[in-house]
Design a protein around this ligand. Structure first.
Ligand code: IPD
Ligand code: CA
Ligand code: CA
Length: 262
């Protein structure tokens, strides 16, 4: 199943990379304020679904652009292009993210970055890999020495004040904060130890499913802002190596509003 997901991701990457050579030719649609979709997102997604359903016709799908289809104990969760805003600006940092959930548990994960030719994969219980190299989260112990990834609010500004308070604190307590623009790759970078931790408010399942399995299989922890398991549904997510994860939660705790702890 992992091999099929890799094949699907590489085929989608071909579509995305060809389109990136002539961005001006694309028709960009607004889903909502600052939320863009192009025919590339849709074509990449259709191609991924075709590869997956060709191999596993009975499986169910949850995909960003086309929604849900099918009913099965196996469900593929797909973000065909994570980092669309970067892609539209030719900022070379975006990826394809594909995860397989079996009976409610994350089982397989693929995140592919076509700009760097970085293929991140994980299978439950079998570890996480980058281009065949086994991944471990970083060993950094102190938040003061940590590099932390995040995502800024950009279309839903309900939590802007809360987020800014979190960021203000994090800027002062860490060695640096980065906003690369692709949540899936941010999580892959936590798995690889490039980032010591990550947090973002209000992500969707397709942004995080594959990345969460990568982080866990690399020895890291993932949770909502209270460290619980509800992050896949709420999209409020923190991740990191075990030491940094605990300190991230401590730093976020004073800023949590009732909506963020529900
Ligand atoms: C977005 C990216 C971004 C994150 C957003 C996501 P998209 O996904 O992951 O880093 O901050 O919340 O929606 O729209 O480019 O697939
Ligand atoms: Ca996304
Ligand atoms: Ca997307």
């Amino acid at each position: 199943m992992l091999t099929t997901a890799v094949k699907a991701a590489r085929r989608a990457a071909g579509i995305i990379t060809r389109a990136s050579l002539d961005i001006d030719a694309l028709t960009v649609q607004h889903k909502q304020h600052n939320d863009f979709v192009t025919e590339v997102d849709r074509a990449a997604e259709a191609s991924i679904i075709e590869v997956l359903l060709d191999a596993y016709p009975g499986h169910a799908i949850l995909a960003e652009e086309s929604g849900k289809q099918g009913d099965s104990e196996y469900q593929w969760i797909i973000d065909p292009l994570d980092g669309t805003t970067n892609f539209l600006h030719t900022f070379p940092h975006y990826c394809i993210s594909i995860a397989l959930v079996h009976k409610g548990q994350l089982d397989q994960a693929v995140i592919y970055d076509p700009n760097r030719n970085d293929l991140f994969v994980a299978s439950r219980g079998k570890g996480a890999y980058l281009n065949d190299r086994r991944l471990r989260v970083s060993k950094r112990l102190k938040l003061a020495e940590a590099l932390i990834g995040t995502g800024f609010p950009y279309r839903d500004f309900r939590y802007l004040d809360t987020y800014m308070a979190m960021l203000r604190d994090m800027l002062q307590k860490t060695s640096g904060v980065r906003r690369p623009g692709s949540a899936a790759l941010d999580l892959a970078y936590v798995a690889a130890g490039y980032l010591d931790g990550f947090w973002e408010i209000g992500l969707s399942k397709w942004d995080i499913a594959a990345g969460c399995l990568l982080v866990k299989e690399a020895g890291g922890l993932v949770g909502d802002f209270q460290g619980d398991d509800k992050y896949i549904d709420s999209g409020n997510i923190a991740a990191g190596n075990p030491k940094i994860f605990a300190q991230l939660l401590q730093t976020l705790a004073p800023h949590l509003t009732p909506e963020l702890t529900a």
